[in-house]
Write a protein that binds this ligand. Structure first.
Ligand SMILES: NC(=O)c1ccc[n+]([C@@H]2O[C@H](COP(=O)([O-])OP(=O)(O)OC[C@H]3O[C@@H](n4cnc5c(N)ncnc54)[C@H](OP(=O)(O)O)[C@@H]3O)[C@@H](O)[C@H]2O)c1
Length: 276
């Protein structure tokens, strides 16, 4: 039997889906027939996603949604589910990096990395699972957050974009906060896989190596000029990934037919970086 990667009739929600790896994930799902919901914070990607939408003949909807604004995140979950339809696949992809020696780092920088890379994906996933369970995305009060109904067979997929920075200490740049945020995120997925299996929700992560996007394109002048050479030297395939190579893997990993028994897994996609 051929493995189906036909997402016709499925709805996929991708944070930061208008740029970089997120845009490649958007394009890969659109190519596979999915309706896509994309969030952004800095620049409305409606023009770029319209091209993808026209090319593949699928709708792509765009919502403004800063990941650290939990109230807005919960609002978007409810709004998009109503306006577009019930989401089948969630891809928390948005993330930020910071190259900084820890002794030079401010509290607000540390907060920014943790809130964007670690707390935001967790609150987004919690909001969706609560919504799917009929509890409402938002936790109403800490004293009475509401009660799930017990077992459920939701058949939903969550695929989180983490990083090999959560597995190994990248060099020569210093990015302790980013590394810690991604290590925490990968572990959050494993923990949530255990919690949400009873609801029929699988949650996995991917850990890419270096991918040619805005995130790595501007090392600081001076010492940073040599970094890309080092990054490439340490990557056995001797190049950075194209974002499309990541997008395609995400589509494969989220198939509702073929990925039913995979949960709590982290897939490293790094051109061999972590084999050294
Ligand atoms: N590039 C790499 O080498 C690499 C390697 C491993 C893992 N990753 C991970 O892959 C993911 C995507 O990175 P990328 O390389 O595509 O980076 P990018 O080109 O810099 O894009 C970052 C994305 O995150 C969104 N974003 C940033 N801050 C946000 C916030 N506060 N709330 C909501 N969205 C926010 C951006 O939205 P706007 O467009 O609205 O600004 C943008 O879509 C990140 O989680 C990153 O850590 C990247």
């Amino acid at each position: 039997m051929p493995v189906s990667i036909d997402y016709t009739g499925k709805i996929v929600f991708i944070t930061g889906g208008g740029r970089g790896i997120g845009l490649a994930i958007t394009a890969a799902f659109a190519k596979a027939g999915a309706t896509v919901i994309v969030t952004y914070t800095s620049k409305d990607p409606k023009d770029v996603v319209k091209k993808i939408s026209d090319e593949h003949g699928v709708p792509i909807h765009v919502y403004y949604c800063p990941g650290e604004d939990t109230a807005r995140v919960n609002e978007v979950i409810e709004l998009a589910s109503k306006e577009v339809g019930e989401v089948d696949v969630v891809v928390p992809n948005a993330g930020v990096s910071l190259w900084r020696e820890t002794v030079d780092m401010s509290d607000s920088e540390l907060d920014w990395i943790m809130k964007t890379n670690l707390y935001a994906p967790i609150t987004l996933c919690r909001g969706f699972v609560r919504h799917w369970l009929g509890m409402g995305a938002a936790v109403k009060t800490e004293a009475d957050p509401g009660k799930p109904t017990g077992k459920a067979n939701l058949n939903k997929r969550i695929l989180v974009v983490s990083s090999i920075s959560g597995v190994v200490n990248m060099r020569p740049q210093r990015q302790m906060a980013y590394n810690v945020s991604k290590a925490g995120l990968t572990m959050a997925c494993k923990s949530l896989a255990g919690e949400w299996a009873k609801y029929g929700v699988t949650i996995n992560s991917i850990s890419p190596g270096y991918v040619a996007t805005d995130m790595i394109k501007d090392p600081p002048p001076g010492e940073g000029a040599t970094w890309p050479k080092v990054w490439m030297r340490d990557t056995p395939v001797d190049r950075f990934a194209e974002a499309s190579e990541i997008g395609q893997m995400v589509v494969l990993m989220c198939s509702q037919e073929s990925s039913t028994f995979m949960t709590g897994h982290d897939l490293i996609i790094d051109g061999g970086f972590t084999t050294y």
